[in-house]
Design a protein around this ligand. Structure first.
Ligand code: ADE
Length: 391
């Protein structure tokens, strides 16, 4: 992770996080470990817990404690009560800054209120799903501190959402099922940057791709990108693989379960396990079994059997290893610079959901290009004048 390494070296010299405690609720992976090391190099005290019970790499959690001085509360497969108790543990450290992947810490702090909430000066949120929750707090007039929406940074949308999710969601599906995508029909529910990435990669592997989308402009974009656009139930009746990437709940529900094909594979690439209604599957099924690790097979009417991956949890992290390191290098470089920006400027920001400053996105893209030896041109003064003149 060369970009993050450059930032770590800078942080070690400049110590932008000196004296600050950060409560971070992130996927506890090897890539996250490099972010935590960077924050510690910058002077922060870091308490980390998991943002998903199935994504924790236990060896990474242990190494962070034993070798890098972080406090970690995470264990792969932890139950819901333990998961919540781990969030409480990092909040009890009295952080000034928070880092979220799904907004669980922000949500916990606001539900509890009191001095712990008052002490926080700012936070970051990695995902679009989490940003929706923060936005809801803001709309109710309850958001108590500024939050930077990292997934909206230009460089993150490109690298993390489109390329990261595009590749790693398919990686999770293929690792769990060992299936062949060529010649099969794959339906993507949602054509945001995640859905676009999944559609592109699935097409590259030879699948016929169907897109389901509620936003008319995005649906038109999918059509112009060459995909078949269909309503969700129709797509469910025609597809061999169904992947949700919307952020909404019950995207695949009773009416989809009623028409799905024998052998269909169901996977969720969205952050929360609400997109596929597992309840609808269980209610319709006459029996179910564990067909392979992370594959639950349900017997449905008409002799159909459908396969649910990773309990409907985010498939790239539950069935594979999430985004690969080169993707997280860029995502976490944005995160490190964003938290340093908050340490410096949070008191000047309104309690609202904010964009990451464009300069951070540009700087990370520049560092990423330098790391792979790519040079680019710069505007001349004359060109800059032309591009900023109304005349
Ligand atoms: N989110 C998606 N992939 C990830 C990874 N490898 N590590 C941490 N967070 C992630």
């Amino acid at each position: 992770m060369p970009v993050l390494r450059t930032i770590r070296e800078r942080f070690a010299a400049e110590r932008p996080l000196d004296g600050l405690t950060i409560a971070a609720c992130l996927h506890v992976t090897a890539e996250t470990a490099n972010l935590v090391r960077t924050l510690i190099a910058g002077g922060a005290d870091v308490a980390l817990c998991a943002s998903n019970p199935l994504s924790t790499q236990d060896g990474v959690a242990a190494a962070l404690v034993a070798e890098h001085g972080a406090e970690v509360h995470a264990r792969r497969g932890e139950d819901v009560d333990t998961y919540v108790s781990h969030i409480a543990a990092i909040v009890d450290r009295g952080p000034q800054l928070t880092m979220d992947d799904g907004a669980d810490v922000i949500s916990f702090l606001h539900a509890r209120g009191g001095p712990a909430l008052d002490a926080v000066i700012g936070g970051t949120e990695d995902t679009t799903s989490g940003a929706i929750r923060v936005h809801a707090l803001e709309e109710e007039g309850r958001l108590a501190f500024p939050v930077l929406a990292l997934a909206r940074a230009r460089v993150s949308q490109l690298v993390e959402t489109r390329h990261g999710t595009g590749q790693s969601a398919l990686d999770g599906i293929l690792r769990a099922t060992n299936t062949l995508l060529a010649g099969r029909t794959l339906a993507v529910y949602g054509y945001g940057p995640c859905g676009q990435g999944i559609a592109r990669r699935a097409q590259g592997l030879g699948a016929a791709v169907v897109v389901c989308e509620v936003d008319p402009v995005r649906a038109l974009e999918a059509r112009l990108d060459g995909y078949t656009v269909l309503p969700g139930v129709e797509a469910a009746a025609r597809s061999d693989v169904l992947v949700t990437a919307t952020g909404a709940s019950d995207v695949v529900a009773d009416e989809h379960v009623a028409v799905m094909r024998d052998g269909a594979i169901l996977a969720n690439a969205g952050h929360f396990d609400v997109e596929i209604s597992v309840g609808a599957l269980r209610a319709a099924a006459t029996a179910s079994r564990q067909a392979r690790p992370l594959v639950e097979q349900f017997d449905l009417s008409g002799g159909r059997r459908v396969n649910l991956l990773a309990e409907g949890r985010v498939v790239n992290l539950a069935a594979a290893e999430g985004h690969p390191a080169p993707v997280m290098d860029i995502a976490f470089a944005v995160e490190a610079l964003a938290i340093a920006h908050l340490a410096d400027a949070a008191t000047t920001l309104e309690p609202a959901l904010h964009e990451v400053p464009a300069a951070i996105s540009d700087e990370v893209a520049r560092l990423a290009l330098t790391a792979v030896g790519v040079e680019i041109d710069h505007l001349s003064d004359e060109q800059r004048r032309y591009l900023t003149s109304w005349a």
